[in-house]
Write a protein that binds this ligand. Structure first.
Ligand SMILES: [Zn+2]
Length: 327
């Protein structure tokens, strides 16, 4: 009887070992494998709800009538973002009047716009590289500007953040294990304008993922959250942070072990520090032995591109983060 029990235990340990190895291998190899961008696959992302007319253009690749769009004759300073997912696409400094009836830009924010052959076989379609939303078409060689490029974009595919309101945006930094999962949940929170994953809290400038994994850089995998304080507040985001990872685990999170996976809040001012301390005290009163550290934000080093929006790019689901109500 006893050897049967031990056999089952060994089998169980073996299966856990296999799955942990598979996960670790996946993380290590993600840098070298080509990650398929989920162009039109919207299943893994959370999007703004679209009106029927927005859907006609953004999803079904329609075209708004010329000279009718909100941003055709519009010259404020700021950034144009994707209507569906909020990613920054174009800067107002690259906008010009092409006289064509649609907003025109002769440059894009690097990496934000994807080009593909249009279904008509002639033109080049442009889409949001993040979510696949249809934007319009790009034309070259028309000699309208020095750059000789015209992104002809439907207004209805765009939103606009003025430079003035961008000045009021605030930042928060959270480390809670693998940054793929932490970012996945934080970016969906209302009022979050953008997120990026990177490294903070260590002593190496501009570290690589491998250095953070294998050398003692002291960095934690950290998510930078840019949020609009008119739509949310730091406490709401910090509460969410404590509920999407396990703040009782020391120097690890789920199957990921090492001090880069520690739980830590990097605060940008005294108010953020006080809020984090308050939430930790509440959780301690609820019986949690909180391992989360607190430190001032001290330089955020953005991680390699393949780590950004990892789950959206791959269509996979987080393996080590799950929402659990704790407050
Ligand atoms: Zn988008």
């Amino acid at each position: 009887m006893w050897h049967k029990t031990i056999g089952v235990r060994w089998l169980f340990a073996f299966l856990i070992g296999i799955s942990v190895i598979a996960i670790v291998r996946e993380r290590i190899s993600a840098g070298s494998e080509e990650i398929k961008i989920a162009g039109g696959d919207s299943s893994a992302m959370t999007f703004k709800e679209l009106t029927p007319e927005e859907e006609r253009v953004i999803v079904n690749k329609g075209t708004e009538r010329p000279f009718t769009g909100k941003y055709y004759e519009f010259n404020e300073d700021g950034t144009y973002t994707c209507k569906r997912c909020g990613t920054a696409l174009y800067r107002s400094s690259d906008k010009f009047d092409a006289g064509c009836g649609w907003p025109s830009f002769d440059d894009e924010i690097p990496g934000a716009v994807k080009r593909s052959r249009d279904a008509d076989g002639m033109r080049t379609e442009i889409t949001c590289a993040h979510c696949g939303a249809h934007l319009g078409h790009v034309f070259e060689g028309e000699e309208l500007t020095d750059k000789n490029i015209r992104h002809c974009v439907n207004s209805i595919s765009l939103d606009f953040i003025s430079s003035e309101s961008a000045d009021t945006l605030q930042r928060a930094y959270f480390a809670g294990g693998c940054f793929w999962g932490t970012e996945h949940y934080l970016k969906e929170a209302p009022g979050v304008v953008s997120t990026s994953v990177g490294y903070m809290g260590g002593n190496k400038t501009n570290p690589t993922y491998k250095e953070v994994c294998y050398e003692n850089t002291g960095h934690a995998e950290t998510v930078e959250v840019v949020f609009d304080p008119r739509k949310t507040d730091y406490e709401t985001l910090a509460r969410l942070f404590f509920e999407i990872h396990d703040p009782t685990q020391v120097d690890r999170q789920g199957p990921d072990s090492g001090d880069q996976y520690r739980s830590e809040v990097f605060y940008t001012d005294q108010n953020q520090k006080m809020v984090a301390e308050k939430l930790i005290n509440i959780l301690k009163k609820h019986g949690y032995e909180i391992a989360t550290k607190l430190a001032p934000a001290n330089g955020f080093w953005q991680a390699e591109e393949y780590h950004q929006d990892y789950y959206e790019k791959t269509g996979k689901q987080p393996y080590c983060h799950v929402y659990q109500k704790r407050f």
